[in-house]
Design a protein around this ligand. Structure first.
Ligand SMILES: *Cc1c(COP(=O)(O)O)cnc(C)c1O
Length: 409
């Protein structure tokens, strides 16, 4: 097997020179989907990922799926059979989560700026609300009176520490997320005075972290914080959700996250929590780690074009479907996601090309100056590590091209 030139997705399987997904060769899959571009998610790989976590992490750790990573209803449905909870971040996601038949007690809703309508739906459904502010506490209590249901609530804490080395920080210092640590005791007194069913705490520090030591430290501090705050709580802790932030390797030089050190620290945290709050479950919420590596984005080469000695593969897919692979509208130093010609995986020949999309902007790049198997019109370009923050995180309306399809195989 000849590999794409850099990060090789661990689970890559190739037969007859073609990438296989869900046991189907890529050209056959493209026929089945009917047109390109499309995203394909491999259910076997998703299940394997959850299985690995179950094997390595301490028994008793609850795994939640943060569905904004990939909200395709079929993916969410399949994950409800594998995980212990679904975390949603909007009323729309809440509807998809409830449609799966997941028990409402196992669905939680986080995010700043929930509308009164969203709060009422969530309270009526009996799901767990992660309160992001004192004002939201008031609005949830009012929603509870309106609907005639006592809202189940947890407080999302904005901790004083931050997740080191995270690709995206979401705690520590000023944040729109959660309630500053020092204000939590007062807020807990208010919870006691209102008609609210207090469940516990939510602490999420950041995402896309590939350092096990940094994750272990943040999770340990999170559980210690929850245990300290429990002294002020109106009821015993039932649930502590400490986020996760597990990253996946996207770029050259990225190494997969080693799970064992995280697992060891989690066992200690679990022991600490059980000593302080015997009825409290400890939950991790994972988004990209469950789905990113199980997904590919596939588009077709329309033309080969040479300009001043530089070869471009012009495809029918691009930035409008896969913003992250294109470099997020040029905001950062652009790095290539792993890319290959999915129907030419055999053979060693390589040529350095750029893969671009059909949009009239120089930002519409899927691969820049990458060594790929020599490709012609009709060949299938595959962007790996695309199962999370792909289609739903891209500007589909930009330039009015057709949307990408999605399949779970
Ligand atoms: C987005 C989000 C996640 C998932 O982050 P990943 O990097 O996809 O794992 C988890 N928890 C909360 C509160 C989030 O907002």
């Amino acid at each position: 097997m000849s590999a794409p030139s850099h990060v090789l997705p661990q689970q890559l399987s190739v037969a007859d020179g073609c990438l296989q997904l869900g046991g189907i060769g890529l050209p056959r899959l493209a026929e089945r989907v009917g047109r390109t571009p499309f995203y394909a998610y491999d259910r076997g790989q998703i299940a394997q990922r959850v299985g690995t976590l179950r094997r390595v992490l301490p028994a008793g750790i609850r795994l939640h799926y943060a569905m904004k990573a990939n909200p395709m209803p079929a993916v969410v449905q399949m994950l409800t059979g594998l995980v212990d909870g679904i975390d949603v971040a909007s009323g729309g996601e809440l509807r998809v989560a409830l449609d799966t038949g997941m028990a409402p007690e196992r669905v939680s809703f986080a995010g700043p700026g929930k509308t009164d309508g969203e709060l009422r739906s969530a309270v009526a459904a009996g799901i767990l609300l992660h309160l992001e502010s004192e004002q939201e506490l008031d609005r949830v209590a009012v929603a509870g009176e309106h609907v005639g249901v006592v809202p189940r609530v947890a407080i999302r804490i904005n901790p004083d520490f931050e997740l080191k080395l995270a690709g995206m920080k979401m705690g520590g210092g000023p944040r729109p997320f959660g309630v500053d640590e020092e204000r939590v005791p007062a807020m807990l007194r208010t919870v006691r005075q209102r008609e609210l069913d207090f469940q516990g705490f939510h602490i999420f520090c950041g995402a896309q972290n590939l350092s096990a030591a940094a994750i272990a430290e943040a999770q340990t501090l999170s559980v210690q914080l929850a245990v300290r705050m429990a002294e002020h709580a109106p009821a015993p802790l039932r649930q502590v959700n400490i986020g996760a932030g597990f990253g996946v390797p996207y770029f050259p030089g990225d190494q997969p996250l080693p799970l064992e050190p995280v697992a060891n620290a989690l066992q200690q945290s679990l022991d600490l929590l059980r000593a302080a709050a015997p009825d409290a479950a400890l939950a991790l919420e994972l988004g990209r780690y469950l789905v990113a590596e199980a997904g590919v984005y596939v588009c077709r080469v329309l033309e080969r074009k040479i300009s001043h000695g530089h070869t471009y593969l012009i495809t029918d897919g691009g930035l409008h479907h896969h913003l992250a692979a294109s470099g997020n509208f040029g905001q950062r130093v652009r790095r290539n996601f792993p890319v290959a010609i999915g129907n030419r995986m055999a053979g060693e020949a390589r040529e350095v090309v750029s893969v671009v999309g059909p949009l009239c902007t120089p930002l519409d790049v899927l691969a820049e100056q990458m060594p790929l198997a020599p490709a012609v019109a009709g060949d299938l370009v595959v962007v790996f590590q695309s199962g999370a923050y792909g289609l739903s995180a891209s500007p589909a309306g930009f330039l009015s091209h057709p949307p990408a399809l999605e399949v779970l195989v």
